[in-house]
Write a protein that binds this ligand. Structure first.
Ligand code: PMV
Length: 329
């Protein structure tokens, strides 16, 4: 039996513009998904999931599409969760050249589902690591990231970027530009996350930015300006200049608002954080709803977000230096 864990992420800079080839900087955060994998004597897969914003469910199936469980939770959530776990297990079977091996899989996650914090990527990354180790195969983190990306790509019909899976596998701050992904240095980043309890529709929001770009020159310029800001952000990370990082986060939020992807509750949380003394605050991910990320090493922002009517959950989530790791072997 092997347990592996992998972190979620926030976008420090560059979401949306990354879709058009600009660089972006996601950062891993200390909220983890933990996956325990135990090899079975047969070829079946049994999945027990807790804390996936569901009331805990257990499913057992042989992995073919007709064999779906009867459980008392939203079918789409079960389908989505099982698609990710299925895909990750397939990758592990492929890496170990053991196509018919079965597993019991238990998932626990600290990462709210669907809020743009990379929960599915963390589950996929941790599952691939745990299942391959259970089969005595050791993959390097780049290969885990690549295999996890294939899973997300398949489950999300080709819409996934490499950001979430690479960041979760490697940990720390990473830079993504097209298919080019690398880790970069970063100082301590005292992130505070505010979650409005909802989620925007990523496909719709990306399509909205695309049509705005087609219609207005300012939107095209704004996307390129976000790319320039990311380069400045990388320099600030390199210099360890937290005040400058915060300022650039504020600018990035303004540019995302100009592209129409913020929302009243996200703006309210951003302003609650700024008023409480955060060094900077912005939405993270697709927008429309979901999460904001602020930079503050005092308790001010966390307290302000907890009292903000727009915020359903607020928590501290420092930069996670370590990506995927084995917890128990
Ligand atoms: O909401 P998330 O964390 O899946 O981020 C979406 C980020 C976008 O740049 C809007 C889309 C993408 O695939 O990069």
């Amino acid at each position: 039996m092997v347990t592996a864990s992998a972190p979620g992420k926030v976008y420090l800079f560059g979401e949306h513009a990354v879709v058009y080839g600009e660089p972006a900087v996601p950062c891993a955060i200390e909220l983890r998904a933990r996956v325990t994998v135990d090899r079975r004597d047969d070829d079946r897969l049994r999945v027990h999931a807790e804390d996936l914003s569901l009331d805990g469910f257990t499913v057992e199936y042989s992995g073919d599409a007709g064999d779906r469980p009867d459980v008392a939770v939203s079918e789409s959530l079960v389908e989505a969760a099982m698609g990710y776990v299925d895909g990750a297990i397939e990758q592990a079977r492929d890496a170990a050249a053991e196509p018919a091996v079965g597993f019991d899989v238990t998932i626990e996650s600290d990462i709210p589902l669907g809020g743009g914090l990379g929960s599915s990527a963390a589950v996929v990354v941790a599952t691939i690591e745990a299942a391959t180790r259970e089969l005595d195969v050791e993959l390097d983190r780049e290969e885990i990231a690549d295999r996890a990306y294939q899973v997300e790509h398949d489950v999300q019909d080709g819409e996934a970027s490499r950001a979430d899976t690479f960041c979760s596998a490697m940990g720390g701050a990473v830079r993504v530009e097209g298919d080019d992904c690398r880790t970069i240095g970063a100082p301590e980043l005292p992130f505070v996350v505010g979650f409005d309890g909802g989620a925007g529709d990523t496909g719709e929001l990306v399509a909205g930015v695309r049509s705005l770009k087609g219609e207005y020159d300012f939107a095209e310029t704004t996307v390129r300006t976000i790319g320039d800001l990311v380069l400045q952000g990388e320099r600030a990370l390199d210099d360890g200049d937290a005040a400058e990082i915060g300022r650039l986060m504020d600018f990035n939020h303004g540019l995302l608002s100009a592209l129409g992807v913020s929302a009243r509750r996200l703006d309210e949380m951003v302003w609650a954080a700024r008023d409480a003394g955060a060094m900077g605050a912005k939405l993270t991910g697709a927008g429309g709803g979901g999460c904001v990320v602020a930079l503050d090493d005092s308790e001010g922002t966390l307290t302000a977000l907890k009292y903000s009517p727009a915020c359903e959950q607020a928590f501290r989530a420092d930069l996670a230096r370590e990506g995927v790791r084995v917890e128990r072997d």
